[in-house]
Every structure is written in structure tokens, then in C-alpha cells.
Design a protein around this ligand. Structure first.
Ligand code: IFM
Length: 477
């Protein structure tokens, strides 16, 4: 096992992170739990999608995943060994409320009660995400997110989760990356439920926003007043390819349907005029958005969660198209950008991860500072990390210097943003464990802990040991 020397003095980068900064890692239920048919759980859209031939690389599914459902105590011990101070997990809707309606299944909730108790017993603060993409299949059968009713069902489920766990989970996140749910799921068809209907995707976006707002209300009613409520958005750090009016216009369109479709209703209580115009040929927003919806969606939050992996460089179609339209997220057959589907995408640089995503931490500091200036909320980096082609050495170790370099550079970007005034309260590395990477299956490894999928043996990679030292030191060297 590699140990990293600890410097005898704290540098300025180390001092930048406040003492109460949360040093975390993140996961999501369908990606790690397995036990897909146990204790009353029924299929989600991801069970259906992954079992549909051709949808996921290699035909991989989350049936077993990394068996966290049975091994969570071992996994919490691993977290404690690394010194994590916080852990972000998601609650599986089909485990808690299998049909998406009606009372909770206690056995499903018991799993999360036990997980949270185990975390607390090890001094790790739990952060719960209520929805990380596993819509009960029965609700998709009734129309899914393009249907208004789903937003109300989501609020009911959120109330059940909060009533069961609210006494022990201090921080709650309503939705994870609604952009992916709406646009990879319903426009590109790259993610579950695999639909390719741009108009349905825009309706899904509004109902995800509405579901978020209703869930914030449900959380506020059920949780103690000190609880913190947030959302995790994968906002695109959009940059025009060149300082040309047509590329700047392309960036505006992607910013509208990629970012402001979430942040404007959530933080300003409106949909922006340019977004409404860009998409007017697809949906009638006047019918879609009911009176009172925007007030519901813009309920105040305590924190804003940012998931960041890479910047997004765009140009007008005339200035080239170097990337597939699904942006590396899977095998979508249509564009995930309703109203902006002719925009061309480019690599920010040629240094890429195994996902083909360019490595550029400046997008993280830029995004944190922009959010701080625009919305003034305390921020969390609720996901950041990288997939690389890890190999297990003959002695069983997994040496992943690229991942360490990636995380070091991105933590540096967080430190830069803090030094420039952003109130960043925590960093959650994606991911704790190698896991089911959605349409890419198990081929892409994001974990700082290697998982042998045959034996389920966990081996901390050298990046995990390095991260443990960062945490111990309270910052970078
Ligand atoms: O694995 C995903 C996660 O579920 C959501 N954010 C991006 C990660 C890497 O693709």
C-alpha cells in the first residue's frame, strides 16, 4: 500500500478549506445496491431499460451491481478508514414505494435506516438524494415525467422518505441531475426510459422542476428546522468555441436549455424568454406551466449542489462538429438538446478521461464563482471525479495516478473558488466504489475503491489513499 508523505507545514491551499468543510464521496442506489428484487423492490425504469437488449454496453444490468445492499457495513467501514466526513447516497424509490403510490414498504426503509445508523456510528454525516433516476416502472407506464401527475407522486414519496429518516439525515437533495432525467431519458433515448421525443423531454423538464418544488415543501414539513435542503444540478460550463457572434449564440442556446431551464425557475421563479422562444415550436409553455407552479418551484433552498466533470465547448453548426450529439453519455439515437439540436460540440482539449470527457478544472472554479455571484447560496460540489482504465497489479494493488491528478486539480479549482469568495461547504468525490455506469455498464470505472465484479472484493486504489491524506490534512499539499 502506498503512503503519501505529509508535509510538515500547512500550505495556503490547505488553509483555504474551512475546518468544517465536508470531505465526502457519492454513490447512487441503482449503481451500487443490487438486490433488485429483494424485500419488496419492484422494477424501475433502469431495470427495464438495462434488460432491454442493446441499451447498455455488454447487456450489463444493476441486478447485482456491487451488492452494497448486503455489504453496506463493509462499505461504511471503508469510508471510515478513508476518513470521509460525509457520504452522499440515494434512496431507491422502487424500494420504498414500489408502485410509486401508496404507503411505504418498511423493509425498504429499514435498509436506509440501518445504513444511516451505521454511518452515524462511524462519525460520517449522511447526505440523502431522494431521486437519482430510478423512477418506478409503473409510473413510467402511467406516462412518466412528461406527465404532471408524476411530480405529485414524487412529492408523496419524498414525504415518506423524510418522515422515516428525517430524524437522522441532516442534508437532503431532491433531484440528481434533472437534465439527464429529462433530456438523456426522453429526448436522446440514451438513458432510461429510452424515449426520443423532444416535446416530451421539455414537459419532463417542467415536471421535474415542479416535483423538486413540491418535494422541497414536503421536506420542510417533515424535517426538523435545522435540516438543509438542496438539489444537485449538472450545470454545463458552456464556452463558445471562438469569440464569434454565431458561436456565442450557440453557447446562449445551450446555456438556456442546459442550465437556465433549471436555475431560472428554481432561483428566479421564471422560465427565461429566450428558452421559451427557442422551444416554442415544441411545447406550449402557457398550457404546460400552471398558475402557482413557479412559486412552488422557487421555494428557497439552503444549499446548491453542483456536479461537475468537464466544460462544454460549442459552436454554430457551420463551425464544425467534433463530437457525437449524445456528448459521451451513451448510445442515444437523437439529440438531448431540444431547440438547440443543431449546435456543434467540441473537445475543450485533447486530454480526456476514459469517458472521452476533457480534463479542465477551470470549468469547476468558473462555475462555482458564477453560481456564487448569481445566486449567493452556499455551495456543495455534490459530484466530481473521473473514469480511467484501471488495472490490478500482480500484487493486487490498483495504482491510478491519473485519477489522483484529476481530483487534485479539481480540488485546487475548489480552493481557487473559495479563495475568490465562493462559499463552498463540501466536496463529494464520484465515486466511492466502481459501479454500474448507466448506459456504459461496468466498463467505465469511476471509483476510488476498485471492485472485482466476480468476487465483490473491494480494494482502495492509490487515489483513495491519497484522498484520505488530503482529508486528514484538511486540504491539499
Ligand atoms: O455515474 C454518474 C452519476 O450517476 C451521475 N453523474 C455523473 C456520473 C458519471 O457519469
Amino acid at each position: 500500500m502506498t503512503t503519501i508523505p505529509i508535509p510538515s507545514h500547512a500550505s495556503s491551499a490547505a488553509r483555504v478549506f474551512p475546518p468544517e468543510f465536508s470531505w465526502g464521496a457519492a454513490t447512487a442506489a441503482y449503481q451500487i445496491e443490487g438486490a433488485a428484487a429483494e424485500d419488496g423492490r419492484t422494477p424501475s425504469i433502469w431495470d427495464t431499460f438495462s434488460h432491454t437488449p442493446g441499451k447498455v454496453v455488454n447487456g450489463d444490468t444493476g441486478d447485482i451491481a456491487v451488492d452494497h445492499y448486503h455489504r453496506f457495513r463493509e462499505d461504511v467501514r471503508l469510508m471510515a478508514d478513508l476518513g470521509l466526513t460525509a457520504y452522499r447516497f440515494s434512496i431507491a424509490w422502487p424500494r420504498v414505494q414500489p408502485t410509486g403510490r401508496g404507503p411505504a414498504v418498511e423493509r425498504g426503509l429499514d435498509f436506509y435506516r440501518a445504513l444511516v445508523d451505521e454511518l452515524l456510528a462511524h462519525g460520517i454525516t449522511p447526505v440523502a438524494t431522494v431521486y437519482h433516476w430510478d423512477l418506478p416502472q409503473e409510473l413510467e407506464g402511467a406516462g412518466g415525467w412528461p406527465t404532471r401527475e408524476t411530480a405529485y407522486r414524487f412529492a408523496d414519496y419524498t414525504a415518506l422518505a423524510a418522515e422515516a429518516l428525517g430524524d437522522r439525515v441532516p442534508t437532503w437533495i431532491t433531484l440528481n441531475e434533472p437534465w439527464c432525467s429529462a433530456f438523456l431519458g426522453y429526448a436522446a433515448g440514451a438513458h432510461a426510459p429510452g424515449r426520443t421525443d423532444a416535446a416530451a423531454a421539455l414537459r419532463a423538464a417542467h415536471h421535474l422542476n415542479l416535483g423538486h418544488g413540491l418535494a422541497v415543501g414536503a421536506l420542510r414539513s417533515a424535517l426538523p428546522s435545522a435540516a438543509q435542503v438542496s438539489v444537485s444540478l449538472n450545470l454545463h460550463a458552456v464556452r463558445p468555441l471562438a469569440d464569434r457572434p454565431e458561436d456565442i449564440e450557440a453557447a446562449r442556446r445551450i446555456d438556456a436549455v442546459g442550465n437556465r431551464i433549471w436555475t431560472s425557475p428554481m432561483f428566479k421563479g421564471r422560465y427565461d424568454e429566450d428558452l421559451l422562444k427557442d422551444t416554442a415550436h415544441l411545447v406550449d409553455w402557457d398550457t404546460l406551466v400552471h398558475d402557482g407552479d413557479l412559486a412552488e418551484i422557487s421555494r428557497p433552498l439552503d444549499l446548491l449542489g453542483l456536479n461537475y466533470y468537464a466544460p462544454t465547448v460549442v459552436s454554430s453548426p457551420a463551425n464544425g462538429d467534433r463530437l457525437p450529439r449524445d456528448d459521451g453519455h451513451g448510445n442515444g439515437s437523437a439529440s438531448p438538446w431540444p431547440g438547440a439540436d443543431d449546435v456543434a460540440f467540441h473537445l475543450a482539449n485533447d486530454e480526456v478521461t476514459a469517458m472521452g470527457w476533457p480534463i479542465d478544472p477551470t470549468g469547476l472554479s468558473d462555475s462555482l464563482l458564477a453560481l456564487h455571484r448569481e445566486f449567493g447560496l452556499p455551495l456543495l460540489v455534490t459530484e466530481n471525479g473521473a473514469a480511467f482504465e484501471d488495472t490490478v497489479a500482480p500484487d493486487g494493488t490498483v495504482h491510478d495516478p491519473e485519477r489522483t491528478a484529476y481530483v487534485r486539480a479539481h480540488l485546487g479549482a475548489v480552493a481557487d473558488a473559495i479563495a475568490a469568495g465562493a462559499d463552498v461547504r463540501g466536496y463529494f468525490l464520484w465515486s466511492l466504489l466502481d459501479n454500474f455506469e448507466w448506459a456504459c455498464g461496468y466498463g467505465k470505472r469511476f471509483g476510488i475503491v476498485h471492485v472485482d465484479y466476480e468476487t465483490q472484493v473491494r480494494t482502495p486504489k492509490t487515489s483513495a489513499r491519497w484522498y484520505a491524506e488530503v482529508i486528514r490534512r484538511g486540504g491539499l499539499d
